[in-house]
Design a protein around this ligand. Structure first.
Ligand SMILES: Nc1ncnc2c1ncn2[C@@H]1O[C@H](COP(=O)(O)OP(=O)(O)OP(=O)(O)O)[C@@H](O)[C@H]1O
Ligand SMILES: [Mg+2]
Length: 207
């Protein structure tokens, strides 16, 4: 059975796409077939993607209907990763409905956190029908203990758990998004290790 993972947060710039392509690559490196679905109207992954370099296939879903069709259309893949857009729309609601796991990247910025209430409302609506596994994970982590503890308290208030692993603020993530590569093409061992651990934690939630 195909497992579908969605990276969703209506806040722009929190690292959905960065996480999606690096985690997709880490899953593909384990020998699984992976497709990434770009739901961003600006098609940021499509701009980044170079088929010859990339270890996963890329498709687009430009409408709610196309997202609902993802499970059927991509049933030959082991894993499908949906990259959410920078707004909670009917497309994101459809992504919540078709996914086995919803991951909500959040940054330590308190203003960013408020923006995830929209995706939480969509998740809550689905919990009454057919529960979905959902987790926050912290991206663009900086060593500011106070900001992190505020963020962790805000997350705890929502009742949605957080992954143990997050992604630090690293220059290598910025660089790879500019040149169509992933951290696995760099010599940044810390970034590669972080993505491996994050990916293992994600896959454990799907067994
Ligand atoms: N862990 C990180 N460390 C450093 N920079 C990061 C990190 N994650 C993301 N960025 C940078 O932040 C910017 C936004 O990241 P990204 O495009 O992944 O966010 P997004 O949530 O997909 O945004 P959008 O909602 O607009 O699609 C990019 O320039 C990216 O390189
Ligand atoms: Mg994006």
């Amino acid at each position: 059975m195909t497992k579908i993972i969605a990276f969703l947060n209506g806040k722009g710039g929190v690292g959905k796409t960065t996480a999606a392509v690096n985690v997709a690559t880490a899953i593909a490196r384990k020998g699984y077939s992976v497709a990434v679905v770009d739901t961003d109207p600006q098609q940021s992954i499509s701009n980044w993607y170079e088929e010859s370099k990339c270890q996963f296939d890329l498709t687009e879903a430009a409408s709610e209907k196309e997202v609902y069709q993802v499970r059927k259309a991509l049933k030959s893949y082991d894993y499908v990763i949906i990259d959410g857009a920078a707004a909670i729309s009917a497309i994101s609601a459809a992504a919540v409905m078709v996914s086995d796991l919803v991951l909500i990247p959040v940054t330590p910025s308190p203003l960013d956190f408020a923006a995830c209430s929209a995706i939480l409302a969509v998740l809550e609506a689905r919990q009454d029908l057919q529960p979905v596994v959902a987790r926050f994970f912290i991206t663009r982590k900086v060593q500011k203990a106070r900001m992190l503890s505020v963020l962790k308290a805000s997350i705890a208030d929502t009742g949605v758990p957080a992954l143990r692993t997050g992604m630090a603020q690293r220059q290598s993530y910025v660089r790879v998004m500019l040149d169509g590569s992933t951290v696995f093409d760099t010599d940044d061992g810390a970034a590669k290790g972080e993505i491996e651990v994050l990916t293992n934690e994600i896959l454990e939630l799907l067994v």
